[in-house]
Design a protein around this ligand. Sequence first.
Ligand code: FAD
Length: 301
Amino acid sequence: MKETIGQKLQKLNIKAKFQEPLSKYTTLRIGGPAEYYIEVRTVDQFRETMEIAKENNVSVFILGWGSNLLVADEVFEGFVVRLKGDFEKMVFEDSVDECIVTAGAGVRLPFLLNRSINDGYSGFEPLAGIPGTVGGALVINAGGKWGTISDCVIDVKVSDFSGDIKVLRKKDITFGYRTSSLEGLIMLEAKFRINKSSKDKVLKKVTGYLKKRAETQPIGTYNAGSIFKNPGKKSAAKLIDECGLKGLKIGGVQVSEKHANFIVNNGKGTADDVHKLISEIKNKVKEKFGISLELEIKLIK
Ligand SMILES: Cc1cc2nc3c(=O)[nH]c(=O)nc-3n(C[C@H](O)[C@H](O)[C@H](O)COP(=O)(O)OP(=O)(O)OC[C@H]3O[C@@H](n4cnc5c(N)ncnc54)[C@H](O)[C@@H]3O)c2cc1C
């Protein structure tokens, strides 16, 4: 008898759950079930999983911390793969005035930042308050007005969806505003260069950035960060605010009262509610300013 996908994964000791609700893994707490939710812990398991997906013609989605996503309410048919185990490791190699950091794509940015603060290195401060993984952050060049993750990148180890792995030097990658040429590839690991500073100095900077975020963002709510990219030099939040949309509610979700470019979920919201609210915002901004807002979050169907 032909082995099922589940049996193959089990035989290879790859952790898989079936019909696993993705709302558990997104910061917006929205998302229907994944047909297969898979955690790979080694490069071999990653390769084997990609091989099984290919053999069975199954689509694959790589999930990081789920902090930049709107996942549909319906079943995701295919593999939702998370990089755990070896992909959550980071190594700091100190020298006199700099440090080379090798971080797996599954490393959470706050861990990377905390370690660099403790060791007295400067470079990752612009990532303060961003709840992503190294992989998710590289793909969209996460950051803000204080800098982006690409500022410290030396190279990135990537794979294509066939499991072919190679290392891309920074000069071979294009990083832009919430975009990069890494889209369409799978990040496995990255090397960064950060510079010697002092713990106090770095901590002071990070504390300042976090304070600013706490003043302006709805921290502690279910949200996915900024919904729209800033159009050119204009602020999406300001445009939405000037349309009088703060607090606008549809179903279980609403435009944050604190930051107009955030949508918050009261715990009962659905992806459908968010889609409706997004349409409403886009229409109002287009009507009033003639500007078409572009999504920053990724939509997963
Ligand atoms: C409160 C809050 C504040 C935020 N502030 C900021 C901010 O200031 N600046 C900013 O840039 N972003 C911000 N974000 C958005 C988000 O945290 C970042 O975009 C983050 O980098 C997303 O990483 P992730 O691991 O959560 O990716 P996910 O949301 O899991 O995935 C996002 C995309 O990245 C892809 N991806 C994830 N991992 C990999 C991988 N290993 N290989 C290939 N593709 C991968 C996914 O397939 C998906 O397409 C904020 C979010 C929240 C909730």
